[in-house]
Design a protein around this ligand. Structure first.
Ligand SMILES: [Zn+2]
Length: 175
């Protein structure tokens, strides 16, 4: 494990000061003002890594700009104890923005911290099993799941979601 270089006392750590074990995307992003903008926000995100992350906020903004309306962090199906990040009720489409690290994305998910690797692989395996189970339960209730990796291009992801929602709406019987 390589610790950030010491020195520069009193200087706040910048992007390059992140621990080497962080598994976030590192591509420069013109739209990342909200990404852990304060220590308090960062701390909250670390406690709740699946709620209101920057990739999720970006996707929500793009979907809203495309004229779509949705619920946020809501249970798609009453009685089903699972929440989706973005829920399109009438269309029955549930969108999940999966964090690369916690959900084990093929590009970034293998960067397991050196400390206690068994714990981390166990957590990721649990999350993945739960994700698959959520998709099965939603499908059984007539819902479509759309899963987007946090590293994915936001306009491509928004397009996929918008297309899925429109197709699903057309497939619904008229209310
Ligand atoms: Zn990724």
């Amino acid at each position: 494990m390589t610790a950030p270089a010491r020195g520069a006392a009193g200087k706040p750590p910048g992007r390059s000061g992140r621990p080497a074990t962080a598994a976030r995307t590192t591509q420069p992003d013109p739209d990342n003002q909200s990404w852990a903008s304060t220590p308090a926000v960062r701390a909250r995100m670390q406690r709740q890594p699946t709620r209101d992350t920057a990739p999720e906020l970006r996707l929500r903004r793009a979907l809203h700009a495309a004229g779509l309306r949705y619920r946020v962090d809501a249970p798609p199906v009453p009685g089903l104890r699972r929440r989706a990040d973005i829920v399109f009720g009438p269309a029955k489409v549930a969108v999940f923005v999966d964090g690369c690290f916690w959900h084990g994305c093929p590009r970034h998910g293998a960067r397991i911290p050196h400390a206690n690797p068994g714990y981390w692989t166990g957590k990721v395996a649990l999350n993945r099993g739960r994700d698959a189970d959520t998709d099965r339960q939603l499908a059984a209730a007539g819902w479509l799941s759309v899963r987007v990796w946090e590293h994915e291009d936001v306009s491509a992801a928004a397009q996929l979601v918008a297309d899925t929602v429109r197709t699903a709406r057309n497939a619904q019987p008229a209310a």
